[in-house]
Design a protein around this ligand. Structure first.
Ligand SMILES: [Zn+2]
Length: 181
């Protein structure tokens, strides 16, 4: 039933969401080396669209980059649609929380509800800031995803040539300092 479909299920919205992830991965030095991105329906995951990256054990700074990239889908939707309909992003929020908890666990710090919320808010703000600066790349990736449904690394690199790996390294360092203070 059409009226029960939340807006994130439109192909355009899925494309913007996945493009947000892609562009942030590329801006942060691509530590996770994106293999592909798609906006296809997956019955197995009960979700639409994904960005495929090999699993890695990130350094502390890479973990902060990954949290920001993980929240990049919701950040892109927020920029494009100016709404708070984040129902489609529960998985992303849980994933970012998981990365944060691993990061602080490794430092022997007990995460609290308050510190987790503070972290997610700071990472979302960083995602929105960077995506606004590279919005033309988000639009290019989203258009390609809408056209082809799935794109692979060589094309992703071509579409994001304006994202220079590690160009936002200083921001990540600042964010890390804020999160750990
Ligand atoms: Zn997502």
């Amino acid at each position: 039933m059409e009226e029960n479909q939340p807006p994130y299920t439109t192909p355009e919205r899925r494309a913007i969401h996945e493009a947000g992830h892609v562009v942030l991965h590329r801006c942060f030095g691509d530590p996770a080396k994106i293999e592909s991105a798609d906006i296809k329906r997956s019955e197995e995951r009960d979700a639409y669209g994904q960005v495929v990256v090999p699993t890695c054990s990130p350094s502390a700074l890479e973990a902060v980059s990954l949290m920001v990239s993980t929240l990049g889908g919701l950040a892109a939707e927020h920029i494009q649609y100016c709404d708070r309909d984040y129902r489609g992003g529960d998985g992303d929020i849980r994933e970012a929380e998981g990365i944060y908890h691993q990061l602080v666990d490794a430092m022997g710090i007990e995460p609290t509800k308050e510190s987790t919320v503070k972290c997610l808010n700071a990472c979302t703000a960083a995602a929105i800031m960077v995506l606004k600066k590279r919005w033309s790349c988000v639009e290019k990736v989203a258009s390609a995803l809408l056209l082809k449904e799935e794109i692979f690394r060589p094309e992703i690199i071509e579409l994001t040539v304006d994202c220079h790996p590690r160009e936002f390294e200083r921001h990540i360092q600042n964010l890390y300092n804020i999160l750990m203070s």
